[in-house]
Ligand binder design. Structure first.
Ligand code: FAD
Length: 654
């Protein structure tokens, strides 16, 4: 029923889009260029904030396309998806709709660093994003290629400063806007590589962005750009794979939805598809080495994604090792497999020889060869915290154009740029998102203050306050702010989050109201392994911190008080475990925030400071000499612990 509805919607979208060029107006509040992961979130967010928005993209049917791996989330990335959902973004709900294999990565570690992840059905993901955009009020979608940005001459009072006024499409048609969000991904001066063949392109089957766009950015606006690369593996015919020679990896028994609005995923637990794991052999390394002279992409020293390297980079960097290859389904009805770990750019005949060196793939057939792409990015230190170009009022950049890699990183920037662009166009006060309240804040702060030297991806280790920035509490951290301050959250989601917040508060009060001595706890719940301790009494909240105690156990011991809150049992358990640490961290954050502007003496000798700082930290501080504590916190390599030591030192000596 739902699928039929979606097909109808998709057909309608195509119809509308073909007509869209005729119906698009001459003036919008916000124009978003590019319908990838950044662009779709940006356009939807700008419209939610209240801006009349136009999304211009090269091809309507590629809106929401997954250029590389058919998956969403993972460690660090899953946190971004939960936060995007908390701000009413699209990708979490799209993941729940399109997911065919759900798993929580990192389960052996604490819930703060769990990584919600799903393998996706490509087709379903695209369908969902397209139908959502179609249903978004105040949003028009237009198929076309933006050839140039329209900008004013530099302001004589502020030399070098411009203002964006709109876009120019092919055929010289111009459309004006107060804000433009550029999200052209890998398409800016994009070149594709397979073996010794190079051709212009942003992705296989898609032309690069026009040279005029690069010209505006580099020549007219004087922006610094760099070049990065990435690649994708060949797609393999599923029926040609010998799964008996690979290790089966089933999904989680109960799929966990990404979206706070969903209690279950579209895919039923028993309908999920498995993944398989296999390993490379010495033959793989041999084929890589034999074909190196025919592999243009790998011979260039453009930087690629360090944490998602090609098979060529892996075997050259770690010779003699066996490397993991995940065989992942591409969709429910797809005949193809995505071999994660086998991204490659050698000639197609060498690609076939290589994959057949892997026992599970010894008879495998390639449907589409792997290829590489090299593209320009804009150095993101030229952006302000709203992702607006510092010297060009109204121009915002988001996604891979800022030097990141990955759908989630792109989507997160897109949503933020969309909110910022809409607020700027509607003359609403600017807003901020700090690294103490979200991974999105960490991502943006890292990009604009540290820049990138290689494709940037998110990790939990990048977030100093990760025990507070958990996937389970993204709604409490962001939805209320998203509604009350940012304006990008629907009232339906807001009131649901208010209900959750109030219920959790009541549940915590109920837990705290149960206070017993350790001996009485043991009498009441003989199964709990509670050692004698110095506390005379413990609350339900204290007891819930014990590994052996679950909320369900407490609720069956105190049904009248606790059973109304069973819906939140897992959240309450996680909250209880992390609360003491988070309270301490919160105090630290407040202390650092209060002291953000504390001046650091410029003659300070960092090498002889009598505090516990590593040599690396001392060297960074000595080299950069930050003027304030806030500036020191934003330096790459400076840990929160180092900031606390620095703060204590300056306070006591100053
Ligand atoms: P994209 O998703 O690339 O979308 C850009 C959009 O802009 C497209 O719809 C395009 O048609 C449109 N566009 C471009 N120029 C114009 C114009 N002038 N006018 C109108 N529309 C325009 N990520 C990983 O994490 N790991 C990987 O291994 C990986 N491998 C990749 C391999 C390849 C070959 C490619 C192409 C990408 C790979 N990615 C990988 C990156 C991932 O696809 C991106 O990070 C993500 O899609 C970026 O989203 P985006 O919105 O910034 O850009």
């Amino acid at each position: 029923m739902l699928t039929k509805r979606l097909h109808r919607l998709q057909g309608f979208l195509l119809l509308v889009s073909r007509r869209a060029s005729n119906v698009a107006k001459q003036q919008y509040d916000v124009i978003v260029v590019g319908g990838g992961h950044a662009g779709t979130e940006a356009a939807a967010a700008a419209a939610r904030v209240g801006a009349e928005t136009l999304l211009v993209t090269q091809k309507i049917h590629t809106i929401g396309a997954l250029s590389c791996n058919p998956s969403l989330g993972g460690v660090g990335k899953g946190q971004l998806v939960k936060e995007l959902d908390a701000l009413d973004g699209l990708c979490g709900r799209a993941g729940d709709w399109a997911g065919i294999h759900f798993s929580i990565l990192n389960r052996r570690k604490g819930p703060a660093v769990w990584g919600p992840r799903a393998q996706l059905d490509r087709q379903r993901y695209r369908e969902f994003i397209q139908s959502e955009l179609l249903g978004t009020h105040r949003l028009t979608v237009l198929e076309g290629s933006v050839e140039e940005l329209l900008v004013t001459e530099p302001n004589p009072e502020k030399p070098g400063c411009h203002r964006v006024t709109g876009i120019r499409l092919g055929g010289s048609r111009s459309i004006s806007a107060s804000s433009v969000v550029l999200t052209t991904g890998t398409f800016l001066s994009g070149s594709l590589f397979v073996g010794q063949t190079t051709s212009p392109g942003g992705r296989i089957g898609d032309a690069p962005s026009s040279a005029g766009l690069s010209h505006t950015l580099r020549e007219a606006l004087g922006l610094r750009t760099g070049r990065l690369r990435t690649g994708t593996p060949p797609r393999i015919v599923k029926d040609s794979v010998d799964f008996s020679q690979a290790e089966l990896h089933p999904p989680d028994e109960r799929p966990s939805p990404f979206s706070f609005l969903n209690t279950h995923t579209r895919c039923k637990p028993e309908e999920q598809l498995p993944c398989h794991l296999t390993l490379t052999t010495p033959g793989v390394e041999r084929v890589v080495r034999e074909s190196l002279h025919l592999n243009c992409h790998i011979q260039q020293d453009t930087k690629g994604p360090r944490y998602c390297p090609s098979i060529e980079s892996r075997v050259l960097r770690f010779p003699g090792r066996k490397h993991q290859v995940w065989l992942e389904p591409e969709g429910v009805t797809s005949d193809l497999l995505y071999p994660q770990g086998l991204s490659m750019t050698m000639p197609p005949d060498a690609q076939l020889r290589l994959i057949r060196e892997i026992p599970a793939l010894h008879r495998a057939e390639i449907h589409t060869p792997g290829y590489g792409v090299q593209y320009d990015f804009v150095c993101p230190t030229q952006l302000d915290p709203s992702l607006q170009v510092k010297n060009t009022q109204g121009l915002f950049l988001a996604g891979q154009i800022n030097g990141t890699t990955g759908y989630e990183e792109a989507a997160a920037q897109g949503l933020w740029a969309g909110v910022s662009a809409a607020r700027s166009a509607l003359a609403m006060p600017p807003v901020t998102l700090s690294r103490t309240e979200s991974y999105i804040g960490v991502l943006i702060d890292d990009l604009i203050s540290r820049g990138v030297t290689e494709p940037y991806r998110m990790f939990t280790s990048r977030a100093e306050f990760r025990t507070a920035l958990r996937p389970d509490n993204a709604d409490l951290r962001l939805t209320l702010k998203g509604f009350e301050e940012l304006g990008c959250v629907s009232s339906q989601r807001y009131y649901e989050t208010v209900r959750v917040r109030d219920s959790l508060r009541d549940a915590l009060e109920a837990l705290q109201s149960i206070v017993l001595s350790a001996a009485n706890w043991r009498k009441k719940m003989p199964d709990i392994l509670m050692s004698e301790n110095k506390f005379t009494s413990l609350s339900g909240q204290d007891v819930l911190q014990y590994n052996t105690v679950s909320f369900e156990m407490l609720a069956s011991a105190f049904p009248d008080t606790l059973s109304p809150y069973m819906e939140f049992s897992q959240r309450l358990k996680i909250e209880a475990v992390y609360r003491p640490h988070c309270d301490l961290q919160r105090k630290e954050i407040e202390r650092i925030q209060k002291e953000e502007n504390m001046a650091l003496p410029q003659d300070i000798d960092y090498f002889s400071l009598p505090v516990s700082l590593s040599q690396e930290v001392r060297e960074i501080l000595d080299r950069v000499r930050p003027s304030t504590l806030g500036a020191a916190t934003r330096l790459q390599g400076i840990t929160p612990a180092a900031i606390v030591h620095l703060l204590n030192y300056v306070r006591h000596t100053g």
